[in-house]
Structure formats: structure tokens, C-alpha cells
Design a protein around this ligand. Structure first.
Ligand code: F6R
Length: 595
């Protein structure tokens, strides 16, 4: 995700800003930049790493400034889209994390007023508006603009003639580091730990004015807020993981935010920027690994919600499939956008005339550069090798895409689309409900930790969930696990069932329920311990399963997201119990760039 740093004090700002940016590199980013106030407001920025920025040899003299690493969401990673942004008169510089939801309207207002814009980002709009609102008080100008802004932001603003940093936060973290005669601000604590461990967490809707000798906090209405600082006792490595023991756990817990950001600006209107996609008669979804499980659910969604016959094809098998030569639409799903099997499938499909929509988490990756249509997931960088938040964000992108195509295809009534979208908007809260249950899931992990084999079963929407649950468990705990459509048990796998082969059954209250209960009974009859992932309030399931992990009630098509989060936690705790190296499982790479 994007990183923010700021410094004001008596030392030279540039080396501190660059050092702090390096300390945020673990988060992943695609561009970097700094602005320092000396005799003038000096800015250097570029696409690429902080080292690429340093290679430009900025020599900025000045004792206050800001720095940024960007993870592209609006506009590709280019020099002009990198932060900081200057306003048209060169008085103000701004850095921004987050997404401004109503930026189209604000941008239009600036265009109409004749303000020249230099980037494709939502962030630049903020600095232009602040400059236009300014009457000599940066804090007041920032406050008046933020009162018109919808969306998430962590921002820091500087003015070339005022010795202060002005920061503000809404749903995007910002922390102030206090010291004597100097102050720091950053999106993440590790950026500042070398300089101070006295931190103030800015809250949503709060603004701060930092000078070398003071920090004042106020809210959007202008009321002042008392300063409360905390002393951080973590070391830098703990801090990178935000206090979580592993990146995987941190990323599992980031899912409400990742899902929310993937929907921001796009709901309720299903504004996906895909107007030029021609309505296909047939869809093929291609992907690998976890992303393929998203493709499998995507197939069902495209057929049910969009009314378009669809097929999910493993990217590595695509060129051998009979469907390779068909025109129509290919949806390529990839977290990294660099998986060679997926890229090869896309290249072949394009060569044969198909249109391609990429669902991808890394803007500027090969996949996003090589496809004409892109629907970004906005999960932020994923550092744990096992995919977690990017998978559920892919599912959300596919719900949106299916609803969008369904509306265009007139397969859904407007009313049905609105109902689905309304349910989707509840999803971050429902996912939080699953996360809040993590202790119960942790206790269940002990049941599986000594098993050699485990079986995951589900039906319909949750057949892909079963496959994903099994993949997650085997990847990080090294327990052999298989996922099955529950109806398949009696056709073979049940021969293996016994007291040492736990079965994890996904049993939401939907039309598959009765058959899932039968599958659990069949398993239980072989002495198999059964763990059910079931809907809150369902009493019946407790009579047939040994343990029940509860997920909130949801629209049936959305239950895979909730069940997946529970299964991610289960795998995580099993792996932890077994002492595995969770973030870097053996033999696996985060991005597979060989065929
Ligand atoms: C599993 C996992 C892999 C990836 C697969 C595709 O946890 O991460 O199975 O899903 O290698 O990677 P992307 O999505 O980057 O194309």
C-alpha cells in the first residue's frame, strides 16, 4: 500500500525522509517521491523504487518536508502519477494514501475552473482544491476541502512559506512521532522508530498541525482534541507486521478494508470503467492456484448473475482446451499480474481475437499492461506467500463484474442488482464478525494439527471454497488436504475416511444445506471427526458435527467469502500449532514467473 512520511525540525529533512521511505519498502510500492521546503518548494519523484529516486541525486536543503511511496490505484505507475503533487501555483505539496470516492465530480469542477491537472490520480485533486481554498491558513484550507471529500485518506500537506506540516486522516492510518524540537508523521510506525518511540495515533476525522516545537490536533468541525501519546515497545520487525505475529495473520485481518476498498467508488452504481467491453456470448475465466478458485466461483456467478455461459480453465491448461480458439470474453485473474501461465493464456487468447478483462492487484504489472480492460482489486500488497486478502478481493471484484454484466445483459432486474449490491456492502462488517470469532477457531485448530490428511467439502458456491480451504491448509501446515464437492464423497474418497481424517464441511443455510447435512452424517458414520463451518443460529448442524465454527448469515452467494476467512484462520492456527514457517512456506514463491 502507499506509504507516507513527513519531518519537521532542525535537521536536514531529505536524508530522514529517504531513510524513512526505505523503512516502508517491505509494504510494496511502485513509485516514490519527496518534497522539501528550503528557499523554494523542491520536488523529486519517479516511477520505480526509492533507489531510483536516489539515483536522480536530489540535493534538497531544508528542514521540513514529506515523502511518499505509491501503490497505484488510479492511473498507472508513472513519474507524473507519483506523489507529492504540487498545486498549479507551486505553493503547496501534498501526499495522499487512500481513495477519494467523489473525485470525478471534484476533478470536473477543477477542469471547468481551468485548473491544469498533471496526473490521472484522485490525489492531485486535493492539492488543487486546497490551494484554491487557502486564505493564509493551511489547516483551515485543508479542513474546508476535507469537509467536501468522500472516501479514505491519510494526507500530509506543506506550504512553501509556512513552517508546518498539516496532516489528516480518514480510514487510512496516520501516526505522529513526537520528539524534542522535531516531529514526524508516517502511515506506519516502522518509518519513524529509528527517531522516536513516542507516538500519537491520529483518529478518523482528525487533523494535525505539526511545527518543530508543537503538535495540535483538531477535528473536522474545528474543535481541538487533546494529545494522547503512547510509547511503542515493539522492535522494527514487529512494527512492520503491525504487531501481528505473521504477515499472513495481518493480511487475514485486513480483509474488511481490502473488500471495502475494492468496492469504493464502484458501488452502488457498478461504475467499473468497463463500458467498452462488448457483451460476450460466452466467458472463459483463466487463472492459477488460489486465483483459479476465484475463477471457479466466478464461473457460477457469471452464469447465475450475468446469465452468460462460462467456463473456468486453469491457465496452464488453456492452450490445450477446445475453448482456446473461441472469441468472446476472457477474464484473467491474478494477484501479482506476473504469473507466466496466466500471461501465456492471455497472450494466446488475444492472439485469437478474444477481449480480455484482467482482475489484478498490482497496477503496472505485466498483466495490466498487456490487457485492454482492467478491474483492479485493491487489497494492497500481500507479503505472506499464501494468498488471503487478495483472494476475497478477487471474489468481490467478480461479484461486481457479474452484477455489471447481468445488468447490461438484462438478465437481472434493477431491483435484483440493487439487492445484491446492498448485500455486498454489508460484507466488510460480516467479515469482521468472522474475525472477531478467531479465538474459537484457534481452539479448533488443535483438532486438526496432528492429522496427516484432511478433507474439505462443500457444494455449489462453496465447492471452490472447499478447494481453497484445502490448498491453504496444505501450503502452510504441510498436512495433506483435499477439497471435494460433497456429492463426490461416495464416489471414491470416502474409502479413506476414518478417525484420523478430519472433515471440514462448509454448511451455510442455503439450498445445499440438507445435502450437506447428509454428507456430514455419512462422514461421521465412519468415525471421522467433522468440523462444520455453519451459519450463526443453526442448531441442527451441532447435532451432527463435532465442532461448529460460526459465520454470520449472508446472501447465499456471498457465503464463500465468510467461509474462506474462517478457513484461512483455521489453516493459520494449525500451521502455527505445528511450528511451520507460515509466511514463507517451503518450495513456494509469491510470484510464479515460469511455465
Ligand atoms: C496460494 C497462492 C497461489 C497463487 C497462484 C497464482 O496461496 O498464492 O496459488 O494464487 O500462484 O498467483 P497470482 O494470483 O499472482 O497469479
Amino acid at each position: 500500500m502507499c506509504g507516507i512520511v513527513g519531518y519537521i525540525g532542525a535537521q536536514q529533512a531529505q536524508p530522514i525522509l529517504l531513510d524513512s521511505l526505505h523503512r516502508l519498502e517491505y509494504r510494496g510500492y511502485d513509485s516514490a517521491g519527496i518534497a522539501v521546503v528550503g528557499d523554494t518548494l523542491q520536488v523529486e519523484k519517479c516511477a520505480g523504487k526509492v533507489s531510483a529516486l536516489e539515483a536522480k541525486h536530489p540535493h534538497f536543503s531544508g528542514t521540513w518536508g514529506i515523502g511518499h511511496t505509491r501503490w497505484a490505484t488510479h492511473g498507472p505507475p508513472t513519474d507524473s502519477n507519483a506523489h507529492p503533487f504540487l498545486d498549479a501555483t507551486g505553493q503547496f505539496a501534498l501526499i495522499h494514501n487512500g481513495i477519494i470516492e467523489n473525485y470525478q465530480g471534484l476533478r470536473q469542477e477543477l477542469v471547468t475552473a481551468g485548473v491544469p491537472l498533471t496526473s490521472q490520480t484522485d490525489s492531485e485533486v486535493l492539492v488543487q482544491l486546497i490551494a484554491r481554498a487557502d486564505k493564509g491558513d493551511t489547516l483551515a484550507a485543508v479542513r474546508s476541502v476535507l469537509n467536501r471529500v468522500e472516501g479514505s485518506y491519510g494526507i500530509v500537506v506543506i506550504h512553501r512559506g509556512r513552517q508546518e506540516l498539516v496532516a489528516a486522516r480518514n480510514q487510512s492510518p496516520l501516526v505522529i512521532g513526537l520528539s524534542t524540537g522535531e516531529q514526524f508523521v508516517a502511515s506506519d510506525i516502522p518509518a519513524m522508530l529509528r527517531y522516536t518511540n513516542e507516538m500519537v495515533y491520529l483518529q478518523d476525522g482528525q487533523l494535525a498541525r505539526l511545527t518543530p516545537s508543537s503538535v495540535e490536533i483538531s477535528d473536522l468541525a474545528g474543535a481541538s482534541v487533546p494529545l494522547r501519546s503512547e510509547t511503542i515497545t515493539w522492535n522494527a520487525e514487529d512494527a512492520e507486521r503491525g504487531g501481528y505475529e505473521h504477515f499472513m495473520l495481518k493480511e487475514i485481518f485486513e480483509q474488511p478494508k481490502a473488500i471495502l476498498e475494492t468496492m469504493l467508488e464502484r458501488v452502488p452504481d457498478l461504475d467499473l470503467g468497463l463500458e467498452t467491453v462488448r457483451l460476450p456470448r460466452r466467458i472463459r475465466l483463466v487463472a492459477c492456484g488460489t486465483a483459479f478458485h476465484a475463477a471457479m466461483l466466478g464461473k457460477v456467478l457469471m452464469e447465475q448473475i450475468a446469465g452468460i455461459p462460462s467456463e473456468a480453465i486453469l491457465a496452464s491448461e488453456f492452450t490445450f482446451s477446445g475453448a482456446v480458439g473461441e472469441p468472446g470474453l476472457v477474464i484473467a485473474i491474478s494477484q501479482s499480474g506476473e504469473t507466466l501461465d496466466t500471461l501465456s493464456a492471455v497472450r494466446e487468447a488475444r492472439r485469437r481475437g478474444a477481449q480480455v478483462v484482467a482482475v489484478c492487484n498490482v497496477m503496472g504489472s505485466t498483466l495490466t499492461r498487456e490487457t485492454e480492460h482492467v478491474l483492479m482489486t485493491r487489497a494492497g500488497p500481500e507479503i505472506g506467500v499464501a494468498a488471503t486478502k487478495t483472494f476475497t478481493s478477487q471474489l468481490v471484484a467478480l461479484y461486481l463484474l457479474a452484477a455489471y454484466l447481468g445488468r447490461r445483459n438484462r438478465h437481472l432486474e434493477a431491483e435484483q442488482v440493487s439487492r445484491l449490491v446492498a448485500e455486498l456492502r454489508r460484507l466488510p462488517r460480516l467479515v469482521q464478525g468472522v474475525l472477531d470469532n478467531h479465538q474459537a477457531i484457534q481452539m479448533t485448530a488443535e483438532w486438526i494439527a496432528s492429522a496427516k490428511d484432511a478433507f474439505f467439502i462443500g457444494r455449489q458456491f462453496n465447492y471452490p471454497t472447499a478447494l481453497e480451504g484445502a490448498l491453504k491448509l496444505k501450503e502452510i501446515s504441510y498436512i495433506h488436504a483435499e477439497g471435494y464437492a460433497a456429492g463426490e464423497l461416495k464416489h471414491g474418497p470416502i474409502a479413506l475416511f476414518g478417525k484420523d481424517t478430519p472433515v471440514i464441511a462448509i454448511v451455510p443455510k442455503d439450498e445445499t444445506y440438507a445435502k450437506m447435512i447428509n454428507a456430514i452424517r455419512e462422514s461421521g458414520a465412519r468415525g471421522t471427526p467433522v468440523i462444520a463451518i455453519a451459519t450463526e443460529g443453526d442448531q441442527e448442524v451441532a447435532q451432527v458435527a463435532d465442532i461448529v465454527i460460526r459465520i454470520p448469515e449472508s446472501e447465499p452467494r456471498l457465503s464463500p467469502v465468510l467461509a474462506t476467512v474462517a478457513l484461512q484462520l483455521l489453516s493459520y492456527y494449525v500451521a502455527k500449532y505445528r511450528g511451520c514457517e507460515i509466511d514463507k512456506p517451503r518450495n513456494l514463491a509469491k510470484s510464479v514467473t515460469v511455465e
